[in-house]
Design a protein around this ligand. Structure first.
Ligand code: GN1
Ligand code: CA
Ligand code: CA
Length: 126
């Protein structure tokens, strides 16, 4: 669909799409799932770089799809598989205030665990 490609960014076989708005994690998750996608879950540095471009363009940090809700300190993809690529900022993840089970993608492309109740930029992947 030509229209979708004008509003998304392709990397490999993935398409990342944002509406430019910020939501809490569960709302973001529901929006992506509703359209048969999921929250952006970069598995390579190339994919992470493309997401960083989107974050910089919109000047809003984004949620990634992985969480450690299942087991504190172990971040997993949506189907429960442990992550195989990470780009944590220094001293992260730190589960600050004992309540950081989601991940934000920062402007420098690094990852920080944050509360899932924060509002972050929605980026879905298809
Ligand atoms: C922030 O708010 P504060 O300084 O305790 C951040 C944490 C980071 C920490 C790094 C809401 O924590 O996730 O690990 O800085 N919290 C928020 O120093 O962004
Ligand atoms: Ca945590
Ligand atoms: Ca943190």
């Amino acid at each position: 669909n030509a229209l979708i490609f004008t509003i998304g960014k392709e990397v490999g076989s993935k398409l990342y799409v944002t509406n430019g708005l910020q939501y809490e994690y569960w709302t973001a998750r529901n929006i992506c799932f509703r359209d048969k996608g999921q929250i952006a879950a970069p598995r390579t540095a190339d994919e992470n770089d493309v997401l960083q471009e989107i974050v910089l363009k919109h000047q809003k940090k984004a949620f990634l799809g992985m969480t450690d809700i299942g087991m504190e300190g172990t971040f997993q993809y949506s189907l429960g598989e442990e992550i195989t690529y990470a780009n944590w900022d220094e001293n992260e993840p730190n589960n600050a205030h004992g309540d950081e089970n989601c991940i934000e993608l920062e402007y420098d492309g690094k990852w920080n665990d944050v509360s899932c109740s924060k509002q972050k930029l929605l980026i879905c992947e298809f």
